[in-house]
Design a protein around this ligand. Sequence first.
Ligand code: 3PG
Length: 210
Amino acid sequence: MRELLAGQSVIAVVTIEDSRDAVPLAEALVAGGILAIEVTLRTEAAVAGIREIIRHVPNAVIGTGTVCNAQQVALSQDLGCQYMVSPGLTDDLLHAAEQASIAFLPGVSTVSDVMKAMQFGYRDFKLFPAGAWDSKAFIKALQGPFPSIKFCPTGGIDVDNMRQYLALTNVLAVGGSWLTPNSLVRQQRWSEIERLARDTSAMCTAYAIG
Ligand code: 3PG
């Protein structure tokens, strides 16, 4: 994930309800400087939307999200995604991802989760749900025992709190859906999504993060 995210501090978590929205949505994010796009496998439109983005938005760094089982690992790979992200981890998922040829960002929420996934060789983790407790203190505390590990806090991140997370040296990137609010997507207000992406990118640049 570190190589894929090089220079990117934000992963846009996107849930596609209508596959016709996928390309303009991805184009707006990319135009605003947000290249890493995680499309959650939570809707029927997700698969067609991912295919469209891969075909028409070559600069997007596209991955699947909410990957929970071996079938979704295989699907992510077959679609041609560059990576996949899970909210948590199970033995089945770790074994399936081990066989896959694309990157995997396993979700963790405990020290034991981190240790378990480290046994499979992972060094980068989605920390989920970051906003449900004081995860900044948690992330900071893990720096001592796990100096080579980096986190992508997700779940409850927004433009106001992202800087506090990105200031932590063991945070690789933050993820979230704040860049693509349902209300804007349903009304196809792509220029506003581009502006949100641009503002977020500018904030990352201003504080020399990403
Ligand atoms: C998700 O899978 O929905 C993500 O973790 C996004 O969480 P958020 O909507 O709180 O940003």
